[in-house]
Design a protein around this ligand. Structure first.
Ligand code: SF4
Length: 1013
């Protein structure tokens, strides 16, 4: 194995010094393809006398092009103007610029990103005819997916006209959808033309047509003489066509591809791209057969997950460790990985040489990050392009949202809860209560709150400060350019200042993220010269809501940061290399596709020294899970066995480190707030200061216990620290110290998140007890309350304790209307479909539904569903007897209440409980842990003294009825769940449990700190 990047293997040397015209290089992960290409670039300059600017080097992504550029720059010792190393579309843009006169382009033409085009479609959504495409209640998501489809067409070199011709020729199912898409594609192109703009796909179309002109080709050949292509397997059909056109012109091409990690996809030809390049000039091929990165065992494991090989097997140097961990749960998995990483770092590994590859950043990634936090291991969750999920950026977004839509209660709640306002949770709950009771938007409710006797003076001051800021920002948003407005808003909110007080490790990242957000506003202002802050706000909020990333809105995502363990998804690791890789979440899927194989291969082969594959034996709801087929194959190939990893109780020091970090961050983060109170002449200024000083004393106590001599136990170290602190503290500080739950945490020294959050919770936060749904000693709960809490306790707090008002979405209003139509139909003893449809029309009009594409689509769905419903009920032998029947009963000290949509009397005399659903059907397996129908069955017995034989969900839009097996009805289980949830709510346990499923549909993401990275 070569020891320096300048040392080459024999195979690489043959590539570098290749004297023919066309060469293709195939090799697996870590075989040194990019290094060989960079060395060839250097050799062509140094030995073959080619000008550096005459070697065109192309890759599929900005990150890959940058990696190649930095390797090339290391190898060129002479000066140069600019190396033409870029992505294929950047090269196309450059060619269009260089040949501006021939391309006929407007010199000021703008290239719009995916996000810009989304904003363009949102603005003109009323002009689009979308009846066939399913909005599924999320129009922005639909538009974003249509833009992705247009990009896919362009990547296949299919123009809008060709798309329309194909759609016209098609028939059968989906033809109407195809025609509608073709019309949208044409409208999209017309809108771009109106704005004098292009998108990325147009750049390639434009470059290809330029290269058809003899004069352009002549100038092109005079400018460039060599073409190098890296990662050719990832080029789309359009990119490959342009590469082939350039190669045909220059005649000198060297292309490299990973033949193993290259399944063909809708967008890229995979390994066949290499064959196309080789065929063009009858090129030679060199296979790189040694992995220069991975030890032999890792190579074997990586290759075992591939279905078919397109190049000869790779050989690795002897060594490399492959392990498999069967973890008892997701937490055990996170702990095992974090513990191992801590040991690696203690043994001398650099944090940046370690990566944890997760299948989802939101769920698994977050669990790993929490475990790393507890051990104070520096890490970053996700690549830095997750800008819109960063806490400080979400603070700015929340303000932009509330300024453009004062009815956005979630955004206002976030702005109130965060610096510089920091309204206490209990006062927030009071303000939300005022908004709800008086039916006001949050900003108007805050005006009323300043006069309400319920709001204490200190909270009133904070609300006044919020309203002042809101007034100033609302006045400036239409006056200032986007970049100036955002800059000023960040300054007024003091976000940069707060960063300076934050924990050291986060400072740079936080400041960089704010700078990137400002840069985004700057680029928006450049593109739309006359725009104001409001237009940028609407644009960026739509981009963030559509789930697009900053890289969709701007050029060039950033690289992973240094000096931190990377917790990333496999797709973000392309081209990267680590010493140690942990691949978490290798649970079995129903089937394995090419993409999963590619991602597993990618993840495993990032490791030089060790790779650990792990899976959790139990899912989030306790269900049994098996290891993935790919992990089994990888372990078998490397001769490794599964090792058991259970949930470890933390040792005292790990829990203490975690608490120390949280307290330290809170203390530093609180500094600007406490300092800010000095100028306010408030009566309780000294309280804030005292609590801050006590926090410092607690930190000192924790530091003393953590740093105790090896022979001393925790208890005596704590007693010693307390003796010193209590002696030197003032009477008030002593009182605060003595009432702190920190000592309890230190002594129990177990890793209980709730214990730690109690110990580190901000002092002086009053209880939310008054806002809990109490009745007597117990709580009042519905099935949906229980489900909300079980999905995420914090969501429950936002929805049921704060009761943050949410404007019902169109789909929610539709669901309510559908229920009403069915209820009225049965109550009036309706029999015919005409009666049902007449009720729909009546409800539609009264419900304020309009005539947009989305509404017309819902209307058509409703009509269809009602016809099916009528047919089904006409044929059923059972007889509906009750509709919207309510219940209330006691389970222990708690009151359960709710309403059953329909109860049928079965022919045999029993009853069936039916709940209508207007969402997508869930399978019986997915309903295993479902509580709603089981609770209804218990309710029927307790409240109506009726034993139900059957309980079913009726998915009315799909006319599907899913019965819940009677065996699932278990009163003890229901009572256990109810007690568990009620106790947790009573003790105000509202820790978030983020997951892709829960957060994906959560209305409170902007207010939620856990949805941040
Ligand atoms: S965004 Fe996710 S973690 Fe946050 S409240 Fe919603 S569901 Fe819970």
């Amino acid at each position: 194995m070569p020891e320096s990047p300048f040392q080459l293997t024999d195979e690489q040397r043959r590539i570098v010094q290749f004297a023919g015209s066309s060469l293709v290089v195939a090799g697996g992960a870590g075989s040194g393809k990019t290094t060989a290409l960079a060395a060839r670039y250097g050799w062509l300059v140094a030995e073959a006398g080619v000008e550096p600017e005459a070697i065109l080097a192309l890759s599929d992504s900005g990150a890959a092009a940058e990696r190649l550029r930095s390797l090339v720059e290391e190898r060129i010792s002479r000066g140069f103007a600019e190396l033409p190393i870029s992505t294929v579309s950047d090269f196309a843009a450059r060619l269009l610029r260089e040949e501006m006169a021939q391309s006929g382009l407007d010199p000021f033409v703008a290239t719009l990103s995916g996000a810009d085009r989304l904003a363009m479609l949102i603005e003109r959504v009323d002009d689009l005819d979308l009846r066939e495409h399913d909005f599924a209640g999320r129009p922005i998501k639909l538009l974003a997916s249509l833009i992705a489809q247009i990009d896919a067409q362009k990547a296949m070199l299919i123009s809008a006209d060709q798309c329309a011709q194909r759609a016209e020729a098609a028939d059968g199912a989906g033809a109407a959808l195809g025609r509608e898409f073709a019309a949208l594609y044409a409208s999209h192109e017309a809108m771009l033309a109106e704005q004098g703009a292009l998108d990325q796909g147009d750049l390639i179309f434009g470059a290809l047509s330029l290269l058809e002109r003899p004069d352009v080709r002549q100038r092109f050949s005079a400018r460039y003489s060599q073409l190098l292509v890296d990662d050719a397997q990832r080029l789309s059909h359009a990119e490959l066509t342009l590469v082939l056109a350039v190669a045909a012109q220059l005649g000198q091409v060297t292309a490299a591809a990973d033949g193993d990690c290259a399944p063909a996809s809708e967008l890229s030809g995979g390994a066949s791209n290499l064959t196309a390049i080789a065929a063009q000039h009858n090129g030679q091929r060199i296979d790189l057969t040694r992995s220069l990165r991975c030890g032999a065992q890792i190579v074997l494991a990586g290759e075992a997950v591939l279905e078919q090989r397109l190049s000869p097997p790779l050989r690795g140097e002897p060594g490399g460790t492959v392990r498999g961990w069967r973890c008892s749960g997701e937490r055990a998995q996170a702990q095992a990985i974090a513990g191992e990483i801590e040991q690696l770092i203690q043994a001398g590994s650099e944090a940046e040489s370690i990566a944890v590859v997760v299948s989802s950043l939101q769920s698994e990634g977050r669990a790993i990050a929490a475990a790393l936090d507890e051990r104070a291991v520096p890490h970053q969750l996700g690549a830095s392009e997750q800008l819109f999920s960063r806490g400080e950026v979400k603070d700015v977004l929340a303000w932009l949202r509330l300024l453009t839509n004062p009815a956005d209660a979630s955004a206002t709640v976030r702005a109130l809860a965060r610096a510089p306002i920091e309204l206490r949770a209990v006062d927030l709950a009071r303000c939300v209560q005022i908004a709800r009771r008086r039916k006001l938007d949050m900003v108007s409710a805050l005006h009323s709150a300043t006069e309400s006797p319920q709001i204490p003076p200190e909270a009133r001051e904070r609300i006044v400060a919020f309203l002042k800021l809101q007034r100033q920002a609302a006045a400036a948003i239409d006056e200032l350019r986007p970049d100036r407005f955002v800059h000023r808003l960040i300054d007024r909110l003091g976000l940069r200042r707060q960063q300076l007080f934050a924990a050291q490790a986060d400072v740079v990242e936080g400041l960089r993220c704010l700078a990137r957000f400002e840069a985004l506003a700057g680029r928006f202002a450049e593109r739309a010269a006359q725009s104001s802050g409001r237009e940028f706000a609407e644009y960026v909020v739509a981009v963030a809501d559509a789930g697009l990333r900053e890289s969709d809105a701007s050029a060039g995502a950033e690289q992973l940061p240094r000096a931190k363990v990377a917790v990333v998804e496999a797709g973000s690791t392309r081209g990267l290399s680590f010493d140690h890789v942990f691949v978490a979440g290798m649970e079995r899927q129903r089937s394995v596709d090419d993409e999963q194989r590619e991602l597993s291969y990618l993840a495993i082969t990032r490791a030089a020294e060790s790779v650990t594959l792990s899976y959790s034996e139990r899912g989030q709801r306790g269900e049994q899970q098996l290891p993935s087929q790919l992990a089994e194959a990888a372990l078998a190939a490397a001769g490794a066995q599964w090792e058991e990893r259970g949930e470890e109780l933390f040792g005292p020091d790990e829990a203490l480190h975690g608490a120390f970090n949280e307290l330290r961050d809170e203390l530093l983060g609180d500094l600007p707030r406490v300092a800010g109170t000095f100028a306010e002449l408030r009566l309780d200024n000294d309280l804030d200061l005292t609590l801050g000083v006590v926090r410092y004393l607690e930190l000192a106590k924790l530091a003393a216990v953590i740093g105790r001599p090896a022979e001393q136990d925790v208890e005596s170290a704590l007693a010693q620290a307390n003796a010193v602190l209590l002696q030197s503290a003032t009477a008030v500080q002593r009182e605060a110290l003595e009432s702190s739950p920190l000592d309890e945490l230190i002594l129990s020294a177990e890793d209980d998140a709730r214990a730690r959050s109690a110990a580190t919770a901000r002092r002086g936060e009053p209880s939310l007890e008054a806002f809990l749904p109490r009745r007597g000693e117990g709580l009042v709960l519905s099935a949906s309350d229980i489900e909300t809490y079980r999905a995420c306790p914090l969501r429950y707090k936002f929805a049921r304790v704060f009761r943050i008002p949410q404007e019902p979405t169109m789909n929610q209003r539709f669901g309510i209307l559908f229920h009403q139509v069915l209820e009225r139909y049965h109550q009036s003893d309706g029999r015919s479909v005409d009666e049902l449809l007449a009720l729909l029309e009546e409800g539609w009009r009264r419900g304020g539904f309009g005539d947009s594409d989305q509404e017309r689509q819902l209307h058509a769905k409703a009509e269809h569903a009602l016809r099916l419903y009528q047919q089904r009920t006409a044929n059923e032998e059972s007889r509906p007897v009750w509709f919207e029947k309510s219940f209330q009963f006691k389970l222990g000290e708690h009151t359960l209440r709710g309403r059953v949509d329909r109860v049928d009397l079965l022919p045999g005399g029993g009853y069936e409980l039916i709940d209508y659903k207007t969402g997508k059907p869930r399978t019986a397996a997915e309903l295993e842990e479902d509580i709603q129908l089981s609770l209804y069955a218990v309710a029927a017995r307790e409240a109506w003294q009726v034993d139900s034989e059957l309980q079913s969900y009726h998915y009315v839009l799909d006319d599907e009825k899913i019965p819940l097996p009677a065996a699932e009805i278990d009163r003890d289980w229901i009572s256990e769940v109810v007690n568990e949830v009620a106790n947790a709510i009573s003790s105000q346990g509202f820790e978030p449990t983020p997951s892709v499923t829960a957060c994906g549909y959560c209305d409170f993401r902007i207010a939620c700190p856990a949805a941040e990275l």
